[in-house]
Design a protein around this ligand. Structure first.
Ligand code: E4P
Length: 222
């Protein structure tokens, strides 16, 4: 499963890159607003840092023509740009046009399997089901991912699933078990994937025991 970072923070992206754990980036207006940066400067920076990996940049227009104009503009920033479009009638009209123009799209704010079916029918490159927001209102978010997986398999759609609005490592585990192509997560969740208390205890014990091992000169040395 590919790991995307759900952020607009360049330090976090650089760190994940260093760890060899960055397969892509998803931004949204909320992430961008948290950085305080001008997107005209920030977006090219993120795309360059994550070169060769998809970077989702979100449109804010509510009509198809506006979304298409924004998308064409965003696509000029770099060749790894994926245009994020909300799942709504005008959004999917725009995605249909953008697919024909070979502009990659990520259909976002998806909360039902039927929305995901519609996204696939207009040729979306990616669909993003928001699992954590469903969990928060008493629905099992990951059921949505499993249903989309089944529908796409039934009909051979090539739209890839990005499990989004991920809150904790269990979401990442379930996304992988459900066969999602991608899981996008905050930096805090990515860091937690490394952790296990038994790993810490194990390392500490090995280091303690290593101190008991004679540390003389290597055999043959004077
Ligand atoms: C996905 O692409 C979205 O950016 C993201 O996961 C939004 O979810 P959240 O704001 O609920 O975390």
């Amino acid at each position: 499963m590919k790991i995307f970072l759900d952020t607009a923070n360049v330090e976090q992206i650089a760190q994940a890159l260093r760890w060899g754990m960055l397969d892509g980036v998803t931004t949204n207006p909320t992430h961008v607003s948290k950085t305080g940066a001008d997107p005209r400067r920030l977006y090219p920076q993120i795309c360059a840092l994550a070169a060769g990996r998809p970077v989702s940049l979100e449109t804010i227009s509510l009509d198809a023509d506006g979304i298409i104009q924004e998308a064409r503009q965003l696509a000029t920033i770099a060749d790894n740009v994926v245009v994020k479009v909300p799942v709504m009638k005008e959004g999917l009209v725009a995605v249909q046009h953008l697919s024909a123009e070979h502009i990659k799209t990520n259909v976002t704010t998806t909360f039902s399997p039927l929305q995901a079916l519609l996204a696939a029918k207009v040729g979306a490159t990616y669909v993003s089901p928001f699992v954590g927001r469903l969990d928060a209102i008493g629905h099992i978010g990951m059921d949505l991912v499993r249903q989309i997986r089944q529908i796409y398999a039934n009909y051979g759609y090539s739209t890839q699933i990005i499990v989004a609005a991920v809150r904790h490592p269990l979401h990442v585990l379930e996304a992988a078990l459900a066969g999602a192509e991608i899981c996008t997560m905050g930096f805090d969740v990515l860091e937690k994937l490394y952790d296990h208390p038994l790993t810490d205890i194990g390392i500490e014990l090995f280091l303690k025991d290593w101190k008991k091992v004679p540390q003389g000169e290597p055999a043959g040395a004077k």
